[in-house]
Design a protein around this ligand. Structure first.
Ligand code: KG4
Ligand code: ZN
Length: 346
């Protein structure tokens, strides 16, 4: 089964073609990602209206490149998958409408994909993973633990009550004068910094459950930075290292609780998957790998390229639904909010 996937929910214009074989294994035939980072960097964050216009301008070319790299025609496809949410609604509309047009013109089924489901299922393509597994999804818009039990079977066991983790990295970077996107910049600076330099809170640590809260940490960082201003490069490195250490302590503690919940609900060999843009953070991955090992969990993370937003994950999620005989009508709505694993769509 060969599926085209289209992703336009944030600031990457992406399209990819993947193949899913009958045995459930998969192969990436093409993977085109055009980042808009440069368009938004001057504003210190993603500007929705600029993003939507940039998607309009770039998407046709990105899809053409994905098709030609995969060496397939639209008629050779078994389906078209497009992100239908959650995300910035202007961008989602651009990608979903384009996907519908291709599906209609080529007479192929459409799958309106939940972007979070794309992140959730990627490791089934990259690592041939069986259900169930515990997913930690940490990106610019989301921080959550989800028990992934089957295609369409998601149980959320923890989420952030304020900022997403990637958002916290981005805000920390901004207030320390580092460029957007903040995550990679903070990780880079943290390598040469002293993680014990700034005393920062570990919000919610040791509380029951697996929810997150990052806004208090961000405020504490801001107050400490203001008290120490002006900051030298060495100071910035110390602040980044201290911030990252606090984040990692919190995420590891929450993951320990989520792993306990998962182990209580399933008796299969336990696996923790970490995905989303923040999963590219090496220090976080290393800490999670240690914590998983202690509890007998295997840690699986997609390659960094597939942790960030891409078309492959959307094509793959579409293929998983098509393999079950599931597709969507051409009037499928674009959804700015669409939680995974909480039942009703909002
Ligand atoms: O999944 P993603 O590409 O887009 C969303 O769906 O949000 O995630 C982007 C987020 C940004 O907040 C970015 O700062 C963060 O992931 N990020 C990182 C790293 N690389 C990207 N955060 C921490 N460390 C990194 N190395
Ligand atoms: Zn994402």
């Amino acid at each position: 089964m060969i599926v085209l996937g289209i992703e336009t929910s944030c600031d990457e214009t992406a399209a990819a073609v993947v193949e899913r074989r009958r045995d459930g294994s998969g192969r990436i035939l093409s993977d085109i990602v055009l980042s808009q980072v440069a368009d938004h960097a001057v504003f210190g964050g993603v500007v929705p209206e600029i993003a939507a216009r940039a998607h309009v301008e770039a998407l046709d070319g990105v899809i053409a490149a994905a098709m030609s790299e995969a060496e397939v025609s639209f008629h050779r496809l078994d389906g078209v998958a497009a992100t239908a949410g959650p995300g910035l609604i202007g961008g989602v509309l651009v990608g979903l409408t384009t996907g519908k047009a291709i599906a209609l013109a080529a007479d192929k089924p459409l799958v309106a994909v939940n972007h979070l489901e794309g992140h959730a299922l990627t490791t089934r393509l990259t690592d041939n993973l069986d259900f169930p597994y515990l997913l930690l999804l940490v990106s610019g818009g989301h921080s959550q633990f989800v028990m992934v039990e089957r295609v369409g079977g998601y149980r959320r066991v923890g989420t952030t009550i304020d900022d997403a983790l990637g958002e916290a990295f981005d805000k920390a970077a901004k207030l320390l004068g580092l460029p957007y996107p903040g995550g990679p910049a903070v990780e880079h600076a943290a390598r040469t910094g002293d993680p014990a330099r700034v005393a920062l809170p570990r919000p919610l640590i040791d509380r029951p459950g697996a929810d997150f809260s990052f806004s208090g940490l961000k405020t504490a960082l801001r107050l400490a930075a203001e008290a120490a201003a002006p900051l030298s490069d060495n100071d910035v490195a110390d602040f980044c290292a201290s911030f990252q250490a606090a984040v990692i302590d919190v995420v590891v503690n929450r993951a320990e609780h989520a792993m306990e919940m998962f182990a209580a609900a399933h008796d299969t060999p336990p696996v923790l998957v970490v995905a989303g843009g923040v999963a590219a953070n090496e220090a976080l991955r290393a800490a999670l790998r240690r914590a998983a090992g202690v509890r007998g969990f295997r840690l699986v993370a997609p390659p960094a390229r597939l942790c960030a937003d891409n078309g492959v994950m959307i094509a793959w999620a579409g293929a998983e639904h098509l393999a079950l005989g599931e597709s969507d009508r051409l009037d499928a709505p674009a959804r700015p909010r669409w939680p995974l694993g909480t039942g009703a769509a909002a």
